[in-house]
Design a protein around this ligand. Structure first.
Ligand code: SF4
Length: 430
């Protein structure tokens, strides 16, 4: 590739993917690429895919077709989890020029330099077992809140999950590097960092220049509190078995780590948890929630739940629903189970019919709505600190608004005031 270059990105999936796209985008901008919106004409289009998204292949195909209509001469690059899992399937999509697997994602600049239009589709991928490097990434949204990737991959083997196959073994940045990055972000005006990873609580396994480092997540958060000037940190998500009681007690007295936890549960039925090969039971989960609430009564607790996974009978679903109902949690992220190739869950019976899965999703979402309403109502009249982020303006007719979150993750929207943007403001929840 040569001459004048512009690039457009599209991200599917999780916050980790967004932070990686953000980093790829900065790398290309440093190389002289001009960044364009995905709906505009560009010389290069990069789609960062996800394996968790339903119909990843369909979505990819549609996006590539759209690019071909808009800019048939452009280069199309597909990367991300789906590109690692099904490189050939993606390469067969007409219009795709380059497929980059997990090990090659961050070599995008070098690969683009060797691309010529009209060549056969190039696949640069390798066996996921051999992927051991760690590439740190962060996304910056209006310089306010940043998702900082500190860990990648997963050594667990939950029966429904393809992530270990797409992202490889658990590995992390070092405490020292993360602290340095946080210092840099603080110097750039960032007020809140969300620590992000695939299995964040497993932070600590690393390999730097061939030198192994063994640290842990607790060491990381203590170092960030002590050594950086970032006023707010959040932990994006942590497995209940890795969230130690010591950590909960520490967060309770921390000045910088927000009273907000996101803890995947997936099911409130012990039988289903076993089928899912999760590493805890409902009793341990309850203990964690109760300990958080004992030390931090105003803490927000978010919960991931999967409904309709194989083996989830009507009785197990009811058990799960009752369990979650009984927990003092704030909101749920509800996922409907969908089949993934090469996972152990495919062998589990009975399979839950699609319509039943959808019905269960609705019931769980309803419960989530009630929990959130209850939590918000319990905080009415109290004063909490809000970090206002960005302008929310639907169209030129509507009034510009500012959006932000309290320390305990209650969303606040108010008419725009320039002086409040990226500021921490004491706010009465009326
Ligand atoms: S902990 Fe389980 S669900 Fe989460 S990434 Fe690892 S294997 Fe997947």
């Amino acid at each position: 590739m040569n001459t004048k270059r512009s690039v457009a990105f599209h991200t599917l999936g999780c916050k980790l993917n967004f932070s990686e796209t953000s980093t790829l985008s900065r790398q290309l901008e440093q190389e002289g690429f001009e960044k364009r919106a995905f709906t505009d004409k560009a010389d290069v289009y990069v789609i960062n895919t996800c394996s968790v998204t339903d119909n990843a292949d369909k979505e990819c195909r549609q996006l590539v077709r759209r690019i071909q209509r808009l800019a048939p001469e452009s280069f199309v690059v597909i990367t991300g989890c789906y590109a690692q899992l099904k490189p050939q399937e993606i390469a067969d999509i007409p219009g795709v020029d380059l497929v980059l697997g997990a090990s090659e994602k961050f070599n995008l600049v070098q690969h683009l330099a060797t691309l010529s239009k009209g060549d056969d589709t190039k696949i640069c991928s390798c066996d996921i077992e051999t992927v051991t490097g760690f590439n740190s990434s962060f996304s910056v949204n209006d310089r306010t809140r940043t998702f900082l990737k500190v860990q990648d991959g997963c050594d667990y083997s939950c029966s429904f999950c393809t992530i270990p196959m797409a992202r490889g073994k658990s590995r992390s940045d070092s405490v020292e590097n993360v602290v340095n990055q946080a210092k840099q972000l603080a110097a750039n005006g960032v007020k809140e960092i969300v620590l992000t990873g695939i299995n964040l609580g497993d932070f600590g396994k690393g390999n730097e220049g061939g030198k192994k480092h063994e640290e842990d997540f607790f060491e990381l958060i203590k170092a960030l509190e002590l050594d950086t000037a970032i006023p707010r940190y959040r932990i994006s998500s942590i497995e209940p078995n890795l969230l130690t009681n010591e950590m909960i007690e520490w967060v309770a007295q921390s000045k910088k780590f927000m009273p907000h936890f996101h803890i995947p549960l997936q099911s409130g039925s012990d039988a289903v948890l076993k089928l899912m090969q999760r590493r805890y039971n409902s009793e341990l989960y309850r203990e964690k929630v109760e300990l958080i609430k004992k030390h931090i009564p105003h803490a927000a607790i978010g919960v991931d739940v999967i409904v309709g996974s194989p083996g989830e009978t009507e009785a197990y679903f009811k058990e799960s629903l009752d369990f979650i109902h009984s927990l003092d949690i704030t909101y749920l992220h509800v996922f409907t189970y969908s089949e993934r190739a090469s996972t152990k869950a495919l062998d589990i019976k009975p399979i839950v019919p699609i319509l039943v899965r959808q019905e269960r999703n609705k019931i769980m979402r309803n419960l989530s709505y009630q929990k959130q309403q209850y939590f918000n109502a319990a905080h009415l009249g109290s004063t909490r600190t809000v970090l206002f982020e960005s302008i929310k303006q639907k169209d030129s007719e509507s009034i510009a608004m500012l959006e932000g979150y309290t320390d305990n993750y209650i969303k606040v929207i108010t008419p725009f005031r320039a002086e409040w943007s990226n500021q921490l403001i004491e706010w009465n929840l009326a």
